[in-house]
Write a protein that binds this ligand. Structure first.
Ligand code: NAP
Length: 550
């Protein structure tokens, strides 16, 4: 427990005078004045309140531009600000909304002094890369960061919060809460390990984060695993452009960059592709069991060590030539080779009601929407690995799920079918879904029994559809790539397409559609690109424009 100002420095023999001199050195030249209001419960001796006030007096002696005021918790000002706890330190409300609940001493003194500097210079000190993240914030965030005076990692997170509140006073407010002073709040938020950060009462970070990750967590309201700096240039010269940021594209990016090629990955949708919405992955070597999103986070973080990623960016066209020109909705890239790793998207049943009720009970993603159906009954259509894995997932989270499959036998792997039986999940074999009904949301589904031809209506709250994927080949078609009869990109064993300099990788090529195979194909394609750029087959084969694709 902190009892006197000398505890601030952590040196037992430090005198208040030394602290004052130190503060004077740091704070002497602040260009702006500001106020600090300390709310305490007068009449009661509280060590946290008294040591905070003692510290504030030293601050004021060292830097008179910092005005301090001690106010009673029962007074009008406390009522106006809705302050109920002692001690609560309020930074100048004209500048930003920052409150410190507890004593800003011990390790926390570092963050506190930084806050004084930021207020005194009216500068949040945010890094260049971080600013655009906060600029994207549109809704308010009430941040709470739980800290402790004995936690050496806490000041970093507290400073992150202070910077955010200072940079966006219109939307961000901050409370830094000392768990030693207010164990009841720590108990309420289960903040038993500090620092722990909340936004609008939602946990957004455990532990201290780099500034960019903290701000991304604040923006997205969830713990961010990586940060992608914004790229503003309208023209970029590269060696390789990879289209698609799933396992194939990210792996290709890592391999191409590590071969010394300047590489950019462009992704228009969700990084990680379908893996990002896969509930659990149990067959990626080295990882016994991992959530799809966590696996994606690991892959993206790894790729970012090497490669520039352009998220939320769509490739509109590719013009062949030397160099190849890739036009996106944001810029023009030039490249010596392009890898299409555009993946595949959910296949649809194309039955009445499906499109109309999409998002209102019809779903293609059990990870995303499953929790909304807890305690309710749903159908899962399909008989492959996806349908069975997702049915198991829904069952596990408390959804009453029935599998509907058009044949008498499931296509899914044996062990998955075994788990389905073990869990007693009902399966309607040789059954076809014909219509999904409901005015405002899914209420029933019409199914036909193929053997008897009988049609009946099943009451349900949702219909999940997992019947495979359609390859994303619009761009491939547009630039004249040859496709297989199944509609996938046709390529040779080295992932070369029929057009020189254009390669493919991953689910867009068809095949097994496993994360590990997609990653393998990405690696192969990148190695192939490297070898071809060293010794271009298109120059060696005079006038022979493309390899034989299988
Ligand atoms: P899939 O293997 O192609 O299976 C699609 C399923 O949907 C089949 O059972 C198919 O029935 C059925 N289907 C297709 N069109 C239909 C329609 N119009 N009406 C009714 N049913 C229809 O697709 P997937 O299950 O999404 O798997 C894709 C790939 O990802 C596979 O290679 C799979 O192994 C892999 N994957 C692996 C895992 C894992 O290892 N944990 C998880 C998910 C996916 P039929 O059987 O009658 O053709």
């Amino acid at each position: 427990m902190m009892n006197s100002a000398r505890d601030i420095t952590g040196q037992d023999d430090a005198q208040a005078g030394d602290v004052r001199d130190l503060l004077q050195k740091i704070l002497a030249r602040l260009p702006h004045s500001f106020s600090l209001e300390l709310f305490v419960r007068e009449g009661e001796v509280e060590s946290f309140a008294e040591s905070t006030w003692e510290f504030l007096r030293l601050v004021n002696e060292a830097a008179p531009r910092i005005r301090i005021e001690r106010l009673d918790l029962s007074g009008q000002r406390a009522g106006e600000l809705g302050i109920t706890r002692s001690p609560t330190l309020v930074f100048d409300t004209e500048v930003a909304s920052i409150r410190w609940l507890g004593a800003p001493l011990g390790e926390e003194a570092r963050a506190f002094v930084q806050a004084l500097l930021m207020f005194g210079y009216r500068d949040s000190g945010l890094k260049e890369d971080s600013r655009p993240i906060l600029e994207r914030l549109e809704k308010s965030r009430q941040l709470m960061i739980f800290v402790s005076p004995t936690c050496p990692y806490c000041p970093q997170q507290a400073v992150n919060g202070i910077r955010a509140a200072l940079a966006r006073p219109d939307l961000v407010s901050l409370e830094i809460i000392d768990i030693q002073a207010f164990p009841d709040l720590a108990e309420e938020y289960k903040a038993f390990s500090v620092p722990m950060s909340f936004a609008n009462r939602v946990l957004i970070a455990q532990g201290a984060q780099p500034e960019e990750l903290f701000l991304t967590s604040v923006l997205n309201m969830e713990q961010a695993a990586y940060f992608i700096p914004e790229t503003r240039s309208e023209r970029m010269e590269t060696d390789v452009v990879i289209i698609g940021g799933g396992p194939a594209g990210l792996t290709a990016g890592i391999y191409a960059s590590r071969s010394g090629l300047k590489t950019v990955v462009v992704e228009k949708g969700q990084l990680g592709g379908q893996v990002a919405t896969t509930p659990v992955v149990e067959n990626y070597p080295g990882l016994t069991q991992i959530g799809g999103k966590s696996l994606v986070d690991i892959m993206v973080s790894h790729a970012l060590e090497y490669v520039r990623i352009l998220p939320d960016e769509e490739v509109l066209d590719i013009a062949r030539g030397e160099p190849i020109t890739v036009t996106t909705n944001r810029r023009t890239l030039t490249a010596r080779a392009v890898i299409l790793a555009t993946g595949a998207r959910y296949r649809q049943l194309n039955i009445p009601g499906e499109a109309r009720l999409a998002g209102r009970g019809v779903s293609y993603c059990s990870t995303c929407d499953g929790p909304l159906f807890k305690g309710r009954s749903v159908l899962m259509v399909g008989g492959g690995d996806s349908a069975v894995t997702e049915a198991l997932h829904l069952h596990q989270i408390g959804v009453q799920v029935t599998l509907v499959h058009r044949r008498a036998e499931l296509r899914a792997q044996k062990h998955l079918v075994g788990s389905l039986q073990e869990q007693d999940i009902p399966v309607l074999y040789e059954t076809v879904l014909e219509e999904i009904k409901g005015e405002d949301r899914v209420r029933e589904a019409v199914v036909r029994d193929k053997a008897g031809g009988r049609t009946r209506s099943l009451p349900c709250d949702g219909v999940f559809i997992a019947i495979g994927y359609e390859p994303a080949v619009d761009l491939a078609r547009k630039i004249g790539l040859e496709l297989t009869p199944d509609g996938f990109i046709k390529r040779d064993a080295r992932h070369r397409t029929n057009l020189p300099g254009i390669y493919s990788a991953g689910d867009v090529e068809g095949g097994y559609k496993q994360i590990v195979t997609a990653a393998g194909q990405g690696a192969e394609a990148a190695i192939s690109v490297f070898e071809d750029l060293v010794s271009p087959y298109w120059s060696n084969q005079t006038k022979q424009t493309a390899p034989q694709v299988s």
